[in-house]
Design a protein around this ligand. Structure first.
Ligand code: CP
Length: 310
């Protein structure tokens, strides 16, 4: 078996690795965190064929902060555009780079094709999963609450790739209650939900999904939403906004959960999935969450490069 470490899905991590990456991210985020040059003399490729503000910047800065040098490719740069296969691209890049961080709107199996070579590959968002977003989310929760175990989290909105990543990660922290409320017809992939329910059972957590906002659980720690149009996607139903409208996070929803913080993976559309009052209000930690993308990216790169200091 290859000993190259890829992060293509959160399923690539053991529970222990997941926990260690999260807490390493927390330590990178602490003001007193020591500088590190564990990636000195390594060259990391950053290939984004889709738009990104946070993830691309986070991984670029993370690589630089860890001492690596970085080469970036935008959507028009690689010969993938002119028909070169992903396998040939991987074969060539693996001979020159020490790692590749990549975002496309394609399926996760394209990332697996790249991962057949001696170069760690990080999925910075595929059609089905956004694993580094969940790692940033968990880093934010761990920094805020000092624990993830036992948290009660409500996710409101589409069962998109950020939701799938949360479903794969959160229940593994034991005694977590994770409730998805997704618009009818826009729920989690049933396979992802079934897998999350099994994981939850193994870890003493619960995962539930409903397609309405009635009978919300009490005592929530977190209300989480994402924007209604995930990067690179569109919806076939021209009337989809009518279906999504009741799932907006507003003051009335937050008032029912006075102890809860508000999270959003950003970018946000104020007035759609969340009101400006909530996103910019006192319960919101969405911009903290964005800041932690850098810290969790540092932890991910360190893990992939087997560069964790002893
Ligand atoms: N949340 C997130 O992935 O942001 P970007 O699309 O800006 O990277």
């Amino acid at each position: 078996m290859s000993d190259i470490r890829h992060l293509i899905s959160l399923n690539d991590l053991t529970d222990d690795e997941l926990e260690r990456i999260v807490w390493r991210g927390v330590s990178f985020g602490e003001a007193s965190a020591p500088q590190s040059d564990v990636l000195r003399d390594r060259i990391i490729g950053i290939y984004f064929s889709k738009t990104s503000t946070r993830t691309r910047t986070a991984f670029t800065v993370a690589a630089l902060r860890l001492g690596a040098r970085v080469i970036t490719y935008g959507p028009g740069d690689l010969q993938l555009n002119t028909g070169e296969t992903i396998e040939d691209t991987a074969h060539v890049l693996a001979g020159m780079l020490d790692g590749l961080v990549m975002r496309t709107a394609g399926p996760t199996h394209e990332f697996r094709a790249l991962a057949g070579h001696s170069m760690p590959v990080v999925n910075a968002m595929s059609a089905e999963e956004h694993p580094t977003q969940a790692l940033a989310d968990l880093t934010t929760l761990a920094a805020r609450f000092g624990r993830i175990t036992g948290l009660r989290v409500l996710y409101v909105g589409e069962g998109n790739n950020s939701a799938a990543a949360l479903a794969r990660a959160l229940p593994r922290f034991r005694d977590v209650e994770l409730e998805f409320r997704t618009p009818p017809g826009y729920g989690l992939d049933p396979d992802v939900l079934a897998e999350a329910e099994l994981t939850a059972k193994r870890c003493g957590s619960t995962v539930r999904e409903r397609s309405d906002l009635a009978d919300l659980p009490d005592g929530l720690d977190v209300v989480y939403t994402t924007r209604w149009n995930t990067t690179g996607t569109s919806k076939a139903d021209p009337d989809w906004r009518t279906t999504f409208a009741p799932f907006q996070v507003d003051d009335s929803l937050m008032a029912r959960h006075p102890g809860a913080v508000f999270m959003h993976d950003l970018p946000a559309h104020r007035g759609e999935e969340v009101t400006a009052e909530v996103l910019d209000g006192p319960a919101s930690i969405a911009f903290d969450q964005a800041r932690h993308k850098l810290h969790s990216a540092m932890a991910v790169l360190e893990w992939c490069q087997r560069a964790v200091p002893s």
